[in-house]
Design a protein around this ligand. Structure first.
Ligand SMILES: O=P(O)(O)OC(CO)CO
Ligand SMILES: [Mg+2]
Length: 287
């Protein structure tokens, strides 16, 4: 059998570029901001519009496929990964960056069959960089093949983590305690681009050694997971077990040595799974 998902992959690249152009254009206008799960979990009309554009285009071409999209799930649609061909979409990864004009915003589109990720596309639309990876076929940024860094000494690493949108003090304390322990190893530096999808691409192209986070969602990391793996990297749970896309916990790293060293320092806190029973999120918009 030829290449069963090539047309889907081509469609993902096309629609990611189109979505990125819409985001760039919208960023030049006044942005109306609403909030979702917390007062720092931002959403704009652009997030919703871009998701409609992406899902609309893909559904027209692939009417039998399933879709998990950040904004559709926020409106109460299910977030269950089944064996059916399923698209996992974050229309604007880095909405806070988008709102503030901080220059890292990505369109993230992944595709899974039988619960296995087949490909991932991350379009860092303000930088105009197209990251992509296909199962067994390598990872690329634009036309260049990318590979993770070969650093094994944690003291020579840069590590990324983020703060998330749940600001309960207990969680923030654990996040900062983990960051402090990692800084004090010491590592060369801690960074964060404000988009999980871009952070994973930074691991994939060797700019940093690892990115970990608790509280991210499947749409933030699904495409990046394929890209990291195809660039030679590893994906694990924050407890060192196997990576679980729906668990909202992830360590992505250039190799097991770095991943396991980081895992030693991570203070784990609970996060509801993405496939837990549906909780409709109430959107708040200032009048
Ligand atoms: O901007 P978004 O899609 O909410 O995603 C954030 C994670 O919460 C950055 O990855
Ligand atoms: Mg996101």
């Amino acid at each position: 059998m030829g290449d069963p998902w090539l047309s889907a992959y081509d469609a993902a690249l096309r629609v990611a570029r189109k979505a990125g152009a819409v985001i760039r254009d919208a960023g030049e206008k006044e942005i109306k901001v609403c909030t979702k799960s917390s007062t720092v979990d931002l959403v704009t009309k652009t997030d919703e519009r871009v998701e409609k554009i992406i899902i609309g285009a893909l559904r027209e071409q692939f009417p039998d496929h399933c879709f998990i999209g950040e904004e559709s799930v926020a409106k109460g649609e299910p977030c269950n990964l089944t064996d059916k061909p399923t698209w996992i979409i974050d229309p604007v990864d880095g909405t806070t960056n988008f709102v503030h004009g901080f220059p890292f915003v990505a369109v993230s589109i992944a595709f899974a069959v039988n619960k296995e990720l087949e490909f991932g596309v991350v379009y860092s639309c303000l930088e105009n960089k197209m990251y992509r990876g296909r199962n067994g076929k390598g990872a690329f940024c634009d036309d260049e093949k990318i590979e993770v860094s070969d650093v094994k000494d944690i003291h020579k690493s840069i590590i990324i983590s983020e703060h998330g949108t749940d600001r309960s003090c207990e969680k923030v304390e654990k996040i900062f305690s983990t960051m402090k322990k990692i800084l004090c190893i010491p590592v060369h530096g801690l960074r964060g681009s404000g988009t999980a999808a871009t952070n994973m691409c930074l691991v994939a192209c060797g700019a940093v050694e690892a990115f970990f986070e608790i509280g991210i969602h499947c749409w933030d990391i699904a495409a990046g997971a394929v890209i990291v793996k195809e660039a030679g990297g590893v994906l694990l749970d924050v407890n060192g077990g196997p990576f679980d896309l729906m668990s909202r916990r992830m360590v992505s790293a250039n190799n097991m040595v770095i991943a396991e060293r980081i895992i030693k320092e991570i203070e784990i806190f609970p996060a509801d799974r993405d496939d837990a029973p549906i909780k409709k999120i109430t959107k708040f918009c200032k009048k």
